[in-house]
Design a protein around this ligand. Structure first.
Ligand code: MG
Length: 343
């Protein structure tokens, strides 16, 4: 099987409500969808959203990267294509789109199934968190309570640089929803001092399961000091793109946990390398995503089932944010519960 062509479209899915973090406000899931076509007529899809604030890529740079990869991959076997792709100098999301299509083509070539490829034996349902966007204390409480009423007990709470707001909101959330599990995500918006203030103020820690990327991606020394002082696990997100980043974080003891995203590391096969490494070092992970399209979430969900021993939290709520649930997936979302569709 050799690659014949890559077709590309720009897609857009409206979100129910805008998604707001310290870094951005998003109204649509917008992404590039590619279709990698082989000489025997087989094809597979891949997707990459633009998250300029995180990977530095826009829809137009992703398009450009795919156009550059097209002649390089044309005529190559799948094995050759994996190696060409990961040696190329384009952005990690563009790579991820192609990598996930290549994985699916490999499965087709081997007349196998994705379940077999990932070695998934345990198909019992998983739970995703749901994101509570940054907003006023009242609006965040309202959103969190509504989600909790709908059976979402894992709440990913987004905060900005206003630490007093973060403390008040968290105190209210722990008081009003004591049985919810809070995953606090500052998206790099806090200083070291503000983070320590937050930790002290939330002394009881109660239902706070982790704090994600409080300080800047490059501030590993500060992250390490916070991790040493915090009784709540600290999770590295924007500080961790590649396997090398993961190794450095472990060597420095800069964080307790990893947030692995296919779009940051450059694809499913690269995420698997980090997950294998995490498994070998007994580091627990969150499997995250950007606001992504259904095909990329679908492939990421296979990772979630394959590495359920390493992945403590799944942050794959994009389909729940769409105005309507997608049909392209091999999985079913019933509230926060994700299961394989009956074959
Ligand atoms: Mg994050």
């Amino acid at each position: 099987m050799k690659i014949a062509d890559i077709a590309l479209t720009q897609e857009k899915i409206k979100l129910k409500v805008p998604f707001v973090t310290a870094l951005r406000e998003v109204h649509f899931a917008e992404f590039i969808r590619i279709k990698v076509i082989c000489d025997d007529g087989s094809f597979a899809y891949g997707e990459a959203p633009a998250t300029k604030a995180i990977t530095g890529e826009t829809l137009s740079t992703i398009t450009q990267s795919i156009q550059e990869l097209r002649p390089l991959l044309s005529g190559q076997s799948l094995q050759e294509a994996f190696s060409t792709l990961h040696q190329a100098s384009c952005g990690s999301s563009a790579k991820a789109a192609v990598d996930m299509a290549l994985v699916q083509l490999q499965v087709i070539e081997q007349k196998s199934s994705l379940k077999e490829y990932f070695g998934i034996a345990d198909v019992s349902p998983l739970q995703t968190d749901i994101t509570i966007s940054l907003g006023s204390v009242e609006s965040m409480l309202r959103e969190a309570k509504a989600a909790y009423r709908d059976g979402m007990t894992l709440l990913k709470v987004k905060f900005g640089s206003d630490i007093a707001h973060a403390i008040t909101t968290t105190q209210q959330l722990t008081k009003e929803l004591p049985k919810a599990t809070l995953l606090i995500d500052a998206n790099q918006a806090w200083s070291e001092e503000a983070t320590l203030r937050y930790l002290t103020a939330l002394d009881a820690k109660r239902n706070i399961a982790l704090i994600e990327q409080p300080v800047g991606a490059k501030e590993l020394a500060a992250l390490k000091r916070i991790t040493a002082k915090s009784s709540v696990p600290i999770l590295a997100d924007e500080a961790l793109f590649s396997l090398e980043d993961a190794q450095e974080i472990v060597a420095m003891q800069a964080a307790d946990m990893f947030n692995i995203k296919v779009m940051k590391c450059g694809g499913i096969t690269k995420a698997m390398e980090i997950l294998e490494y995490a498994r070998s070092k007994n580091v627990k992970c969150m499997l995250g995503s950007m606001i992504e399209g259904p095909y990329s979430i679908n492939m990421t969900l296979y990772l979630a089932f394959a590495y359920r021993d390493v992945i403590s939290y799944i942050d794959l709520d994009s389909p729940l944010l769409y105005e309507a649930l997608p049909r392209e997936m091999d999985f079913l979302y019933e509230g926060a519960t994700i299961s394989f569709k009956a074959q």
